[in-house]
Design a protein around this ligand. Structure first.
Ligand code: ADP
Ligand code: SF4
Length: 697
């Protein structure tokens, strides 16, 4: 069973009046479900508790209707109506012996109150600090507002206690929420006893911790969450000041939950930070307080966790993303199954769920967010529904995941891959700058597949429709992927862009397979807007090419706002000397350069270059699939019953979508056919209140 060197991770930790059974702590984590999808949320948290986390928290819970962050979907604890949904989450967590925590948040100037239309409040008169630059200002809170906030926070804490939570947060982290704004001199420009000195800026925090303890302290641990650094030097909250603060109120909370601010510095992707990257900031905190400390850092290695505990850096191992990629991480450590841990790749597709207001998804864990609505458990899957044999063609993320889940169900599976390497696009992309952790998508699956007697893997096997018809498999999944277009078609130009004879045009596939421009002056045209354009510009700039990145968007890698990476990508490219031409569409390419147009005025400009890299749309490899469909009349005699197109071969999308498609295929095999005539998953529909008044005339 458990390796004794990990015993320390399973020691109980006292948090005020409650005790966590071990040191594994799922810190508050947004998920795009919140108040809209309460049962889906409760089930997801319950599965983490089942997976062994000693503490499982909600995401931030808005404590009051004067502070909500529409359009983002978080928890709400505005009044008693919200208690039953929260209690459902608590019950799901308690069912597996974990402590349930709730992160109470007064967002203040982080929300425009677009739903309630209340006037936002903050420490000072300042524009709201929302992700969407809404044209509203927060007004400075007066003493009555502060007294109100203290009363509202107390009421919310009491509701949390009544819902059954064991841990109640006072939240001042990430640059999100009023308490952070009161603390940080950037926002707090007050001259009363709540502004100025650190002691004054800490006053409201102290009061809310004391208030919370007064109303729930008999039953609940009171956790204070703060950021140790805003990473902007003395202008913002910084490490020295944060340490002084902990010196001031070190023993007031029952536990310190420490992070970096803003969210992009806390949930940093693997492209920019390694596992454990927050250690330098957290080191030394424990000397300032007698209370336990939890911190994060995309921890997936139990050895690192043990070191941090042994060296007195942390008492509890905080995790959001590692608990998403593998809700059963603690159990796997406990059961001596370290190599079974599905390690987070640090891509932040999970975060994009919050930014797109859609239920959380995960590249590594296709069941994340689907626990309730599709009944998918991350560790359990139904046994096979027949003795049919399955051929999976293509070993990219879709094919690998389909094969793995089919193998787990007990099917006889053959995975045929044209190339000499497994992993498809993941193997290629993980060789690009900063993306090496993405190979975990391949490695996790390949390791498992190699142990399955019912799975056969064939490399160097490019299959044709005739090959497949001759094999005798009952089911075929076609996961043959896609390639990048060479004609400029994407969002701005939906028809091919003229390319004159002799012009050198490359695609991401060319570069990933080792091709390079012949000349040094390269135009990289990005009408894809996710990571690929920025990554390839970085690659070429580091290799000494003179790179101009043109894009119809306002900034580079625009969609990476949803993965919290955009600012870092743009900074890196600027520092590498990449010239940026935003708001530019591509009109044509010739051997001496490219013709660009302003996307607003149409004004044209000439950009001299010796080669153009087109990061535009993709085309699916679906010829094999259509070849098989063309022979449908002969399927019965070949013993073939179904042919299904999955992943990028069906419609190109992020890797997470391919993994999901592979998993969905495997779960659905031998199940009822999804004809699209009914909704194939559960959903919660708003319950109507009794009609008490006539609608307005
Ligand atoms: P996805 O993201 O949908 O999994 P990828 O492009 O990552 O797609 O992977 C597709 C894989 O399919 C590649 O490894 C490719 O070599 C393989 N492939 C494509 N066509 C065939 C074929 N006809 N026979 C076998 N393998 C194929
Ligand atoms: Fe990790 Fe990516 Fe999954 Fe988020 S989506 S938990 S970053 S693998």
């Amino acid at each position: 069973m458990r390796d004794p060197r990990y015993d320390i991770l399973f020691e109980p930790v006292r948090i005020g009046p409650v005790t966590a059974k071990n040191r594994f702590y799922q810190v508050p984590q947004c998920n795009g479900m919140g108040y809209r999808d309460p049962t889906a949320h409760a089930t997801m948290r319950g599965i983490k508790a089942e997976g062994g986390w000693g503490v499982v928290c909600t995401e931030q819970a808005e404590i009051h209707h004067t502070s909500e962050i529409t359009p983002f979907i978080e928890q709400r604890i505005w009044d008693d109506q919200d208690i039953p949904a929260l209690r459902r989450t608590v019950d799901a967590i308690h069912a597996h012996g974990a402590l349930a925590g709730i992160e109470l948040a007064y967002n203040g100037m982080n929300g425009s109150n677009l739903y309630t239309r209340e006037v936002p409040m903050g420490p000072s008169h300042l524009p709201v600090a929302t992700f969407t630059h809404d044209p509203y200002q927060a007004r400075a809170m007066d003493k009555r507002d502060i007294a109100n906030l203290r009363r509202w926070h107390k009421a919310a804490a009491l509701r949390a206690k009544r819902a059954g939570f064991d841990i109640v947060y006072v939240y001042a982290a990430h640059g999100l929420g009023t308490l952070h704004h009161f603390l940080s001199r950037r926002f707090n420009q007050r001259s009363d006893e709540y502004g100025g000195s650190l002691e004054n800026r800490t006053r409201l925090i102290r009061e809310l911790i004391e208030d919370t303890r007064e109303v729930v302290g008999d039953q609940c641990g009171v956790v204070f969450r703060m950021s140790l650094d805003e990473l902007m030097g003395p202008v913002g909250l910084h490490r020295d000041e944060a340490h002084d603060l902990i010196g001031l109120i070190g023993d007031l909370p029952d536990l310190w939950d420490v992070t970096l601010a803003g969210w992009e510095n806390d949930s940093t992707t693997s492209r920019f930070e390694q596992e454990g990257y927050q250690e330098p900031f957290v080191t030394g905190i424990k000397k300032l307080t007698a209370k336990p400390v939890v911190g994060v850092g995309r921890f997936t290695s139990p050895d690192l966790m043990v070191r941090l505990v042994r060296q007195g850096v942390l008492d509890m191992i905080g995790a959001a993303r590692p608990s998403i990629a593998d809700p059963f991480l603690p159990r796997k450590v406990e059961e001596g199954r370290i190599e079974d841990i599905r390690e987070c790749i640090g891509c932040n597709i999970c975060v994009s769920g919050d930014f797109t207001m859609s239920p959380i998804r995960c590249t590594q864990n296709p069941t994340m967010g689907e626990e309730w609505r599709r009944g998918w458990h991350p560790e359990k899957i139904a046994p096979k529904g027949s003795d049919d044999k399955v051929l999976v063609i293509g070993a990219g993320p879709a094919g690998l995941e389909a094969t793995l889940a089919l193998g787990q169900r007990g099917y006889e599976v053959m995975l045929a891959e044209a190339g000499r390497e497994l992993g498809g696009r993941v193997s290629l992309e993980s060789r690009l700058p900063g993306l090496s952790a993405w190979n975990r998508v391949r490695d996790y699956r390949v390791f498992r597949l190699k142990q399955m007697a019912n799975v056969q893997i064939c490399l160097d096997s490019p299959l044709s429709a005739d090959d497949v018809m001759g094999f005798g498999f009952e089911h075929v999944a076609v996961a043959t992927g896609a390639h990048w277009r060479r004609d400029g078609v994407a969002r701005w130009a939906t028809l091919p862009v003229p390319v004159a004879a002799g012009a050198e045009v490359l695609t991401p596939d060319d570069l990933m397979q080792g091709g390079r421009p012949q000349g040094r002056q390269v135009l990289l045209y990005d009408d894809d807007h996710y990571y690929m354009g920025g990554v390839l510009a970085e690659l070429l700039a580091k290799e000494g090419y003179e790179v101009t990145l043109a894009t119809p968007a306002a900034d580079v890698s625009n969609w990476t706002h949803a993965t919290l990476e955009q600012a870092r990508i743009q900074k890196r490219l600027l520092q590498l000397g990449v010239r940026l031409r935003p708001h530019r569409g591509l009109l044509g390419i010739d051997p001496e350069g490219a013709q660009l147009a302003c996307v607003f005025t149409g004004d044209e400009e000439r950009l001299p270059c010796t080669a153009t890299v087109l990061v535009t749309a993709k085309l699916p490899h679906d010829a094999l699939y259509h070849g098989l469909l063309a022979q449908q009349a002969h399927w019965a005699e070949a013993g073939l019953r179904s042919v299904t197109l999955i992943g990028d071969a069906n419609a190109p999308a992020p890797i997470a979508a391919a993994v999901y498609a592979g998993h969905k295929y495997a779960r659905g095999l031998d199940g009822p056919e999804d004809t699209g005539d009914s909704v194939p998953f559960l959903r919660e529909v708003a319950q109507l209140v009794p009609w008490t008044a006539a609608p307005p005339a």
